[in-house]
Ligand binder design. Structure first.
Ligand code: NDP
Length: 324
C-alpha cells in the first residue's frame, strides 16, 4: 500500500484527496520508485481541472518525481534497485509516496544533484532545454522575450538564455517578480500591464524579436505576435491563462510571414536518446553553476491542494516541490 493524492472527478483543488491505495509490484519494463520529492508543475493544474484528460478516473496526477528505485520488473536494463533516479515526462501518477513507471522514462541522477533539487528542475529545466536548444535553437546576440519570467520554467529560461549570450526581455505581473527575473539574468523586465509590443519596439530600436516564448496562452497570444519581427517564431508552449484557439492563419501573413509552433516536452523527449540528451544538457548547466534551481516553495505532498492554490493564484516564484 502507499499514500497518494487522487482526483475522483475534475475540478478545483478541493477535488484532490489523500488516500491509502494498493501499490502493485512493477510489471515487465517498469521500475518501482520510492519518491523523496515530487515536482509541482502547471500541467498538474490542467489535469486536475480537466483541460488535459487523465486516461481514467480516479487518477493520481503529477508528472515529475525523484527518488530511489526499490524494485524492477522483468526485462528492465536501464536502472537497478538502489539507483537514485528522476523523471519528468509522465505518465501521470507522481503525487504518491511510491509508484511504478516505465523504466525507460527514468534518468539516473548525477552525484551532485539532490532529490529536492531534481524534483524542482527536471520538468521545467528539460522544457527550457528543448525550447531553446531544439524547438528554436537560439543564437548568441539575439534578443528574446520570455513570459512568466519569474516562474519555474521562467527563471531557468532567463539564466540559460543569458548564459547562451541572449538578451532576455522578461514579462511578469509584479515588481517583486520583476526584481527576481532581473536577478536571474533578464536584461529588461516588463509588467503584464505595460504596452508590451511598444516597449519591445523601444528596446530593440524598432527591429522587434526573432522569437517569443509564451506560456501564458490566451491572454498574451496576440500581443506576443505583435512583438515579432518579420519571419519571427511564436513558441506557444503553455496555457496558464487558458488555451489559445487556432486563429485565422491570415493573421500570420498580416503580421509579417510569422511562424507559430505549439511544442511539448513529451514529443521532444519521446525517444530515450532525446530524453537523456535533454537531461544531460540540464545537468551540465546546473553542474557548472550557469543555471541555479530556485526551489522557493515546499509543501507536504498531502497538502498538494494548497500548492495548487498558490500556483494558480500566481503566488509562487521559481520551482515548487511536494515532499511525501
Ligand atoms: P509557473 O511557475 O510559470 O507559473 C505560472 C505563471 O504564469 C504564474 O506565476 C504567472 O506569472 C503566469 N500567469 C499568467 N497568467 C496566469 C493566470 N491566468 N493564472 C495563473 N498564472 C498565470 O509554472 P510552470 O513553470 O510550471 O509552467 C510554466 C508554463 O510552461 C505553464 O504554462 C506550463 O503549462 C508550460 N509548460 C509547458 C510545457 C510543454 O511541454 N509545452 C512543459 C512545461 C511547462 P506572472 O504572475 O508573472 O504573470
Amino acid at each position: 500500500m502507499t499514500h497518494a493524492i487522487r482526483i475522483h472527478e475534475t475540478g478545483g483543488p478541493e477535488k484532490m484527496v489523500w488516500e491509502h491505495i494498493p501499490l502493485p509490484a512493477p510489471k515487465p519494463g517498469e521500475a518501482l520508485v520510492r519518491h523523496k520529492a515530487v515536482g509541482l508543475n502547471f500541467i498538474d493544474v490542467y489535469f486536475r481541472t480537466g483541460l488535459y484528460k487523465a486516461p481514467s478516473l480516479p487518477a493520481i496526477i503529477g508528472m515529475e518525481g525523484a527518488g530511489i528505485v526499490e524494485a524492477v520488473g522483468e526485462g528492465v536494463t536501464e536502472v537497478a534497485p538502489g539507483d537514485r533516479v528522476a523523471y519528468a515526462t509522465g505518465p501521470i501518477g507522481a503525487y504518491a509516496e511510491a509508484r511504478s513507471i516505465k523504466a525507460d522514462r527514468l534518468v539516473k541522477m548525477p552525484d551532485g544533484i539532490g532529490f529536492e533539487q531534481a524534483a524542482g528542475m527536471m520538468l521545467q529545466g528539460m522544457t527550457a532545454a528543448f525550447l531553446i536548444r531544439k524547438c528554436y535553437p537560439v543564437q548568441a546576440g539575439q534578443t528574446v522575450l520570455v513570459h512568466a519570467a519569474a516562474g519555474g520554467v521562467g527563471l531557468i529560461m532567463c539564466q540559460w538564455l543569458k548564459h547562451l549570450g541572449c538578451t532576455v526581455i522578461g514579462v511578469v505581473s509584479t515588481e517583486e517578480k520583476a526584481a527576481l527575473a532581473k536577478a536571474h539574468g533578464a536584461a529588461h523586465v516588463l509588467l503584464t500591464r505595460d504596452d508590451v509590443p511598444a516597449r519591445v519596439k523601444d528596446i530593440t530600436g524598432g527591429a522587434m524579436l526573432p522569437v517569443v516564448f509564451d506560456s501564458v496562452g490566451r491572454d498574451t497570444f496576440n500581443t506576443s505576435l505583435d512583438c515579432l519581427a518579420p519571419f519571427g517564431m511564436m513558441v506557444s508552449y503553455g496555457n496558464a491563462s487558458g488555451p489559445v484557439a487556432i486563429p485565422d492563419l491570415g493573421i500570420l501573413a498580416a503580421k509579417g510571414s510569422l511562424y507559430v509552433t505549439r511544442p511539448t516536452l513529451a514529443t521532444y523527449t519521446a525517444k530515450r536518446e532525446d530524453l537523456i540528451a535533454r537531461a544531460n544538457d540540464l545537468f551540465d548547466v546546473v553542474g557548472s553553476g550557469a543555471v541555479k534551481i530556485r526551489v522557493n516553495q515546499t509543501f507536504a505532498l498531502k497538502d498538494a491542494a494548497d500548492a495548487h492554490r498558490a500556483l494558480e493564484a500566481r503566488q509562487t516564484t521559481g520551482s515548487t516541490i511536494l515532499v511525501p
